[in-house]
Design a protein. Sequence first.
Length: 147
Amino acid sequence: MKKFVFAALVIGLTPVVVLAQRGPWVGSGGWGNDGHWGRIYNPSNVVTIDGTVSAIENFAPPRGMSQGVHLVLATKDDKLTILLGPSWYVDHQDAILAVGDTVQVVGARATLESKDVIVAKSVTKGDQILQLRDSNGVPLWAGCRRR
């Protein structure tokens, strides 16, 4: 009887072990590290920019992706679009951004759909930091953070 219970347990847990090896958050809404949006961050193009948040907007990326969040940053010279990431990740972070906040953005310059953007690594407001990517640019929502 003990052998039967053990065999049933092993057979029953095999799919769980196999799925666990793929890493958490397999369904990233198209925001995974291997997708187009995950690959546009280039660590060699990283800049640091100070400015004031003039808008925070949700947007609909290409078909098959979940909703994203970006902000418009007013600097002394320009208005820049700062891509933050998927709303399901950004909306659940401790750092809260609002229109009118003075922030510092660390991110990589990129071109997306013929528009110059900054893909944010982090956004700092006072002592709050909205951390979005690691030092290699891998999104923190990317589960296993493999590149």
